[in-house]
Design a protein around this ligand. Structure first.
Ligand code: FUB
Length: 343
């Protein structure tokens, strides 16, 4: 489906696909799970989906979230605890609306929560909030991160201690409206609309030691095909849409992301955190609900995919539930594609 208004699920419970895993929590809706292990414990930083009554559209206006709850687990098979409100939009001085997919990092003895929100002029920026605890409460900085824009921050800390933020999302995430570092309010509502040219690239910036700002210029993350050519705008099955994530496996950098309107989580590998990355395949096939968004994390020597779907809400695309399943790397470094429903 091409429209975010579509909810690709059957009304009949009997005909509903059988999922390979169940929601980690069912008392609230949660999405976009960014999982981390801090001090031996698993923490999940998700969006907190709510029914706010905003009409569905292609810009994702119906994703009208107002706070963050952090989930935690003592072990991957244990109970998932909801630690309550960690940050509320009313306590973010610059934010107007729509708290979308967050991530978190640990450095300098503190925890940092990174999050996208529309500012008071309806332009998505990325903010940061700080806490001494992984579950918050987090205190938001007065302004968004300087030089940040668009959505879906994912912060990766490399083995040398350097941290990088990957970010961006097209369509409702507004990345297509940022050219030459400026926002064009009259720009395209979808993508660059240039099928034969390289697709819009996600962005990366190194974080400075304070973890509150970028250390250098924002760079484009290039995703190449096997011939070394950039993926084109028309390649909707493979090109970047949103939901960046980075993990390192056997010394290689794995950049994974959602293809949005074709609903895949894909991955591409490279030799530097800045890329370029070569497209390798699909991590996760489409889920029930329009969006697909994930994180990949190693826990006690095994790798896991955290993801979401909309089964619990009967297919409402803005009411999702986070899930987890094991992820396997083959001996050649490729990832075994995960099919989220039993065929
Ligand atoms: O949850 C709101 C938005 O939906 C996220 O920021 C996107 O990645 C998509 O999952």
């Amino acid at each position: 489906p091409d429209s975010q208004a579509e909810t690709p699920v059957t009304d009949s419970v009997e005909q509903r696909p059988k999922p390979i895993s169940e929601p980690l929590v069912t008392h609230i809706y949660t999405a976009d799970p960014s999982a981390h292990v801090f001090d031996g414990k698993i923490y999940i930083y998700p969006s907190h989906d709510i029914e706010s009554g905003v009409k569905e559209d292609d810009l994702g206006s119906h994703f009208d979230m107002k706070d963050y709850h952090i989930l935690s687990m003592d072990s991957i098979t244990g109970e998932t605890k909801d630690n309550g409100v960690a940050l509320d939009i009313k306590d973010i001085p610059w934010a107007g609306k729509q708290l979308w997919a967050p991530d978190a990092a640990f450095a300098n003895g503190k925890y940092y929560l990174y999050f996208p929100a529309k500012d008071k002029s309806d332009v998505f920026k990325i903010g940061v909030a700080v806490s001494t605890s992984p579950i918050g409460p987090f205190k938001a900085e007065a302004k968004p991160i300087e030089g940040s824009y668009s959505i879906d921050p994912a912060v990766f800390t490399d083995t040398d201690g350097s941290s990088y933020m990957y970010f961006g999302g097209i369509w409702g995430g507004q990345l297509q409206r940022w050219t030459a570092g400026k926002y064009d309010a009259n720009g395209s509502k979808t993508d660059a609309q240039k099928d034969e040219e390289p697709a819009i690239s996600p962005r990366v910036a190194k974080l400075n030691k304070s973890m509150l700002g970028f250390a250098g210029a924002v760079k484009e993350v290039k995703i190449l095909d096997k011939e070394g050519k950039e993926l084109l705008g028309k390649n909707h099955d493979r090109r970047f849409f949103e939901a960046s994530w980075m993990h390192k496996y056997n010394g290689k950098y794995y950049f994974s992301y959602s293809t949005g309107d074709t609903h895949f989580i894909c991955y591409a590998t490279g030799d530097s955190p800045y890329g370029p990355f070569t497209y390798r395949g699909v991590v996760l096939n489409p889920v029930i609900g329009w969006t697909n968004h994930h994180s990949i994390v190693e826990i006690k020597g095994k790798w896991y995919l955290f993801y979401h779907d909309s089964i619990l809400s009967g297919g409402k695309t803005h009411l999702r539930s986070v899930k987890v399943t094991e992820l396997i790397h083959n001996a050649d470094g490729s990832i075994v594609t995960i099919e989220p429903y039993v065929k």
